[in-house]
Design a protein around this ligand. Structure first.
Ligand SMILES: [Zn+2]
Length: 464
């Protein structure tokens, strides 16, 4: 009997990884990195699956919590193919190489720091995987288009637009259970209507047997999109008037491009006066190039900006090199600095936080989801002092959040999407949310639909 095992994003948000197996084949849907501090050690767990037996990995989209363990899977013996849309694969290459470089640098820095402090840390001082491991993934990549079926031994996969980020997909698997034809949908991360760069997520197929649905914002509604631009403009103007910098930890994928799009409009309308805007992230710069190369995947409001780049304006400074990045600290005039990582768990943002977090005139602005245990969440929760790169810093900067920028559906958007099926589902699995949110959302969806809905635990398997 076909079986589904939850190897991540079960009781937590990151580490999406689901194993589908039947007598003919094993398929892995997503292979994500754990990013919440309390679950980081799972990244190092000896693989709970047999990589050599997996026929293919199907990726919903290029965020690291959906692809970031791929290099480890390959190192551990995976020899199959990796399927995703071409934009997802182009971005995955950039993301995985960057992740590997950060893994190597972090392990190295940790080793040196622990030597100095005479202690050993909670995680191995060896990188989770290397740049070489990440490079080994690329020849396995096979691009596929939305709506074009890919056949495996006994199972067919079809990708559909999820409206979450460029090239994002929900994945349908059609398989046989005994003599019955069955379909399961993995929602991946579900986007929202009325986002600047993406169309609304595609409606689910009207008939389905099983659904694995994310619940990141299963407990919250998002403010209307039009409030985002106004709040962003107000925060920038107030910070500039105080003579401070606006420091924005931002995901390189989609969030940075959304910010640039909003900033272009704020500047064009005169709501914000021209100022230096740094994109201090080689990865975000590369991903913006990929974005620009795929206008066929654009949606939402960006459609009206096809003449010229929707992401370029006067004052924009792309700092790819390390020396250009360091020089930002010398810029004394108020500036906006966008850098990764999005949850401040690594990357150049840490240096900008160090330079600004104790300055009352600066603002740390969060524009994305901050998972429990990440530095971003710690700062957002009002903790002071905070520990960054091994030192403590008093938090004096203004801490702000613009929540409406989310690329994830809010509670009622998720509920509406998930209850639109014409035929009752055999089972719904709620994943990719904090444990209490998953459980509450599962209860609400079950009440609304009368279907069996469960929030699986890490490692739990179900017959399909
Ligand atoms: Zn995502």
């Amino acid at each position: 009997m076909p079986k589904l095992t939850f190897l991540g994003a079960a009781g937590n948000v990151t580490g999406s990884r689901y194993l589908f197996e039947d007598t003919h084949t094993q398929l892995l849907v997503d292979c994500g990195l754990y990013q919440e501090r309390e679950f980081l050690s799972r990244n190092w767990d000896p693989s709970p699956l047999e990589p050599a037996k997996i026929e293919a990995v199907l990726l919903t989209h290029a965020h690291l919590d959906h692809i970031g363990l791929l290099p480890k899977l390959v190192r551990d013996g995976f020899k199959g193919r990796v399927y995703a849309t071409d934009a997802t694969l182009e971005m995955a290459e950039v993301m995985l190489l960057d992740s590997a470089r950060i893994q190597e640098e972090d392990a190295d820095a940790k080793k040196r720091r622990h030597r100095r402090e005479g202690r050993s840390g909670p995680y191995p001082e060896e990188p989770l995987y290397t740049v070489e491991d990440a490079q080994a993934c690329v020849p396995m990549f096979r691009p596929i288009e939305y709506g074009k079926p890919v056949a495996f031994d006994g199972t067919t996969a079809v990708f559909a637009d999820a409206g979450h980020v460029l090239g994002s997909a929900m994945i349908y698997l059609e398989f046989k259970s005994g003599r019955a034809e069955r379909t399961i949908c993995f929602s991946g991360d579900i986007g929202r209507p009325e986002r600047p760069l993406q169309d609304a997520p595609s409606l689910p197929r009207s008939t389905l047997d099983y659904l694995v649905i994310e619940s990141t914002y299963g407990d919250r509604e998002h403010p209307p999109a039009e409030e985002v631009e106004g709040k962003l403009g107000d925060i920038i103007n107030e910070t500039v008037n105080r003579g401070g910098n606006v420091i924005i930890p931002a995901f390189a994928l989609e969030r940075t491009q959304e910010l640039l799009f909003y900033l272009k409009r704020l500047l064009a309308s005169g709501r914000v006066a021209r100022l230096p805007v740094y994109v201090d992230s080689p990865m975000a710069i590369k991903l913006t190039e990929i974005f620009t190369r795929h206008p066929e995947l654009w949606g939402g409001e960006i459609d009206n900006y096809r003449k010229g780049s929707p992401f370029e304006f006067g004052g924009l400074k792309l700092t790819a090199s390390a020396s250009a990045s360091r020089a930002i600290a010398d810029d004394r005039s108020p500036a906006i600095i966008i850098a990764g990582s999005g949850m401040a768990t690594g990357g150049r943002i840490k240096h900008h936080l160090i330079n600004n977090i104790s300055r009352a005139e600066s603002t740390i602005l969060f524009v994305g989801y901050q998972a429990r245990g990440t530095l971003g969440r710690v700062i957002l929760s009002g903790t002071t002092p905070v520990r960054i790169l091994g030192r403590e810093y008093e938090v004096k900067a203004r801490i702000e959040q613009v929540p409406g920028l989310s690329a994830h559906a809010g509670r009622s958007e998720l509920l509406d999407w998930a209850s639109s099926f014409k035929r009752p589902l055999k089972q719904v699995f709620v994943t990719h949310g904090e444990e209490d949110i998953e459980k509450e959302f599962a209860g609400e969806l079950a009440r609304r639909t009368g279907w069996p809905v469960t929030a699986p635990e890490y490692g739990q398997s179900f017959d399909l």
